[in-house]
Design a protein around this ligand. Structure first.
Ligand code: PMP
Length: 388
């Protein structure tokens, strides 16, 4: 039988992938061992050897989040999937959800919460600033939300949100605290249990340095109780934590097929978590802080200023740099890319106003900081030198 359409010509060429230094907002470069783990033989998603690997991954995630929560696993999907999973499990129609917006990630969370039928309320800060306990307490008193969303690492503005103290505040006001750590986990201190965070998620492709496609997530006891007490079913089958918790061996029932886990991505995530465990969180936090400090001093020598004027508000993993007047930001990133170095532009409210340099995972080293500074300086020079 003849086909209606012929095989595409492009697929007869071998795949071509250049090697680039990924110093933008993510993904970051993955370690050789992580990539190798992803090419190990496939197993079935319920084979005992694979469920053992899932158990190892769960322990690695618990360590990375600093929690003993049983309902801890990796969502099959990117950071957005983690965000959607957290929100759709926690929210029932008309629940009041308070979203801290100081960049694009609060906006996205508000969009998703709206789609869940929540009564979305917001508390906002300008790009480059974060929320104080007083800002949040005033908003909690005003709106009396069931859930509060904060992004620890606002990657669109290069801002870190302090989390310590916010969990206790939420508990006092009978609200669950949900934290996005996609752009901060492993690079900024984070203590899920100590800081009484109810739900947290992250992504695999930033500090963890695994390929994009898995999103570690954890639910604490208050969040588990909220799910158990739901009057309406969780709107998503794919992200239903009752199913996922069972498939990941988080309850006492035999594991049941829910979906086919992305086997190779879970291998790679295990290897990335093993690297983090081997280095130790404290060492990883220090390495990211030192790299960021080296970057900031290098930027000062180039007369470049971070967006966040308050040093304590600057994220270690992603630095937002103000584009100087008269410089075309896009020519700079294009020139850097021609040197096989990725530097990102702004996103949402910061588009056109900043560059973003990511120092994450394997890329948080003196050598890579020096390289990105060199490329940035040369790219700015080339963008401002008139062609004669
Ligand atoms: N939250 C934050 C803070 C992020 O930086 C990102 C990715 N840039 C996401 C969520 C979404 O992650 P992904 O692109 O993996 O879906």
């Amino acid at each position: 039988m003849a086909v209606d359409y012929q095989p595409p010509q492009c697929l007869s060429r071998p795949i071509e992938v250049p090697s680039k230094l990924l110093m933008g907002a993510g993904p970051s470069n993955a370690a050789e061992n992580v990539l190798k783990a992803g090419s190990l033989p496939l197993l079935g998603h319920l084979h005992t050897e694979f469920t053992q690997i899932m158990d190892d991954v769960k322990q690695g995630i618990q360590y990375a989040f600093q929690t003993t929560n049983t309902l801890t696993l990796a969502i099959s999907g990117t950071g957005h999937a983690g965000m959607e999973a957290a929100l759709c499990n926690l929210i029932e129609r008309n629940d009041v959800v308070l979203i801290g917006i100081n960049g694009i990630w609060g906006e996205r969370a508000a969009d998703m919460a709206n789609r869940q039928g929540a009564d979305v309320q917001t508390v906002t800060k300008v790009a480059g600033e974060n929320f104080s306990l007083a800002d949040i307490e005033a908003a909690l008193l005003q709106h009396k939300p069931a859930v509060l969303f904060l992004a620890q690492g606002e990657s669109s503005t290069g801002v870190v949100q302090p989390i310590e103290g916010f969990g206790a505040l939420c508990t006092k006001h009978n609200c669950l605290l949900l934290v996005d750590t996609v752009a901060s986990l492993g690079g900024e201190p984070f203590y899920m249990d100590r800081w009484q965070v109810d739900v947290v998620y992250t992504g695999s492709q930033k500090v963890l340095g695994a390929p994009p496609g898995t999103a570690p997530i954890s639910f604490g006891p208050r969040a588990v109780a909220k799910i158990a007490g739901r009057k309406t079913p969780i709107s998503s089958f794919y992200f239903d934590m009752n199913w996922l918790g069972n498939y990941w061996g988080c309850d006492s029932q035999p594991r049941k097929y829910h979906h086919t886990a992305p086997i190779s991505s879970i291998y790679a995530l295990r290897e990335a978590l093993a690297l983090l465990a081997n280095e130790g969180l404290e060492n990883s936090w220090n390495r990211h802080r030192q790299s960021r400090d080296r970057l900031i001093s290098g930027l000062a020598k180039l007369n470049l200023k971070p967006l966040a004027s308050e040093p304590a508000a600057r994220l270690t993993c992603i630095t937002a740099i103000r584009v100087p007047d008269g410089v075309d930001w896009k020519s700079v990133t294009t020139h850097a890319m021609s040197m096989r170095v990725e530097i990102a532009g702004g996103l949402g409210p910061t588009a056109g106003r900043i560059w973003r340099v990511g120092l994450m995972g394997q890329n948080a080293t003196d050598e890579r900081v020096d390289r990105v500074l060199e490329v940035l300086a040369e790219s700015i020079k080339s963008a401002t030198t008139p062609v004669t």
